[in-house]
Every structure is written in C-alpha cells, then in structure tokens.
Design a protein around this ligand. Structure first.
Ligand code: 9D3
Length: 256
C-alpha cells in the first residue's frame, strides 16, 4: 500500500512511521510513505502557502494552489487510484471499521492542515473524505495522519508477527476491553498475582480472563457492551462480576 502525506512537515509523519510495526512493514516492502510539501509547489520569492481569511478574523488559511499542485503531483507519482483524505476536526470519527476499509485500498493521499484550516474550494475539488481522530484539539493534521497510517499499516498482510496477529484477532473479534496482565515476580511489594493464573487450570484461567474483560468493559466502556453480543455464559460471568464488585470493588479487580 502506498501512502502520500501532503504536509508542511512531511518528514514528521515519515519519522513517526519509521519505527515499530509501520517501520518493519516498510522494510518488508508492504507499504511506502512519501512526503509532499506544499511549499515546494508555491510560487514567488516568499513561497507563500497561507493567507489571511476572507471576511477577517484570527489566524491564516492554507491557499488552494500550493496544496492543489502537491496533491496532483502525489496522484501523478503512481498510476493506482488514490483516495484523498483530509485530516480535520470537522471530519467523521476514525473507527476500526473505517481503518479496515482504508487498509483494503491500494493508496491513500493524506492531507494535513495547519493554521485555521484549508480553503474550502480545495476541499470540494480534491478531497474524497474528511476524518477526525477524536474530540480534542491538535495543532495540525500530522499526528492524526500518523495515527491513521499506524492503524492501517497493522492490517497489511504480513505486517504483524504471529503473536501480534493473535492479539489483533482477539481485539477485533469480541469488541471487549482486554483483561489484566501479570508477569513475574509472583509475589511483590505491590501485591500478588491472582491465584487462578498460577493454577495451571486452563479452563479456569480462560473463564477468569473472560470475566475480567467483561467486568472492565462494563465498568469503563459500557457503550461497547451493547455492541458486543454477549452469550448466555458471558451474562452469567458478568452478573457474578457485578455481584462481587458490589460487595468488594477492589477484589473484583477494580479500584486498587
Ligand atoms: C483553535 C483552533 N480552532 C478554532 C475553533 C480550530 C482548529 C483548527 C485546526 C482546531 C484544530 C486544528 C488542527 N487540528 C487538526 O488538523 C486535526 C485534528 C484535531 O485537532 N483533532 C482531532 N482530529 C484531528 S485531524 C486533524
């Protein structure tokens, strides 16, 4: 998969993509990340990419022509069709379902705004889709683009090792939060590892982990439970967790 990042700081996104799963996927030839700086397409001695907002007000707006030339150059660099995504606070929220959809495309052009935003005419002419990563204020689209690249890169065939793939499957599979994890030492100043995890009883361990996942999701993200489609056995485990939680919040695995 090919990513083209249109940004005044294209190296910033490429740098974030040089490490971890994304970096490895790049080394394996599963993806490429290419930067396009609108300033390189700007005219005149000052190479202006922004100007004052029509109608007045604070801040600056990114101009049509440098962005348009950068997007056209990115498109022309490869014959495969590109979806153009503008990262912006006005976008629809990026979800794992959207990530899966994007991961199936041959290429993405990611447009990162700075200042107050981008001239609306550029958006109407060139952008297919506008995405936000959440309800908080960033200084520009670059970090959002890095988030999107990371999430999409993980889904490329061969990007994850076996253990990572198994984890991915379990996360994508049941839509619940993860259970708690422990490692050695078994006894520590900060507490002991739950006994069931040391029992060697694999069915018991699986049941405990499922119950913890259900309980934490109920406590922290009840909105996810509505979508999770719980089995009868899950309901029973969760009811037991709730009863235990009502009696002793810490022992149920929360609050300590
Ligand atoms: C303080 C400026 N705001 C005035 C109402 C508007 C504003 C403009 C530009 C707020 C943020 C930004 C820069 N943000 C992004 O480019 C961005 C973003 C974000 O801020 N939050 C979540 N997702 C994204 S994707 C791109």
């Amino acid at each position: 998969m090919r990513f083209d990042i249109v940004s005044l700081f294209p190296g910033f996104v490429a740098q974030l993509a040089a490490h971890g799963v994304v970096g490895r996927a790049g080394e394996r030839g599963l993806l490429s990340i290419n930067g396009w700086n609108p300033r390189d397409f700007a005219e005149g001695n000052y190479r202006r990419v922004d100007d004052r907002p029509c109608g007045g007000g604070p801040g600056m707006v990114m101009m049509v022509d440098p962005l348009r030339a950068a997007i056209h150059a990115a498109r022309a660099a490869d014959p495969a069709p590109a979806r153009v995504v503008y990262l912006s606070p006005q976008g629809t929220r990026l979800t794992q379902a959207k990530v899966r959809e994007l991961a199936a495309l041959p290429r993405l052009v990611l447009l990162c705004g700075r200042y107050e935003g981008v001239d609306e005419r550029l958006l109407q002419a060139e952008v297919d889709e506008e995405l936000s990563i959440g309800d908080y204020v960033l200084s520009g689209g670059e970090l959002a683009a890095a988030v999107l690249v990371d999430a999409v890169a993980r889904l490329q065939d061969g990007a994850l090792n076996d253990a990572e793939s198994a984890l991915q499957d379990s996360f994508e599979g049941d839509g619940l939060l993860d259970c708690p994890h422990y490692t050695r030492p078994v006894e520590h100043e900060l507490g002991s590892v739950p006994e069931v995890l040391l029992s060697g009883n694999h069915a018991g361990i699986a049941r405990w982990r499922r119950q913890q996942a259900l309980g934490r999701t109920w406590l922290r993200r009840p909105d996810l439970l509505d979508e999770a489609g719980l089995s009868k056995a899950d309901r029973t485990l969760l009811d037991a967790f709730r009863a235990q939680y009502a009696a002793a919040p810490r022992d149920a695995g929360e609050g300590g």
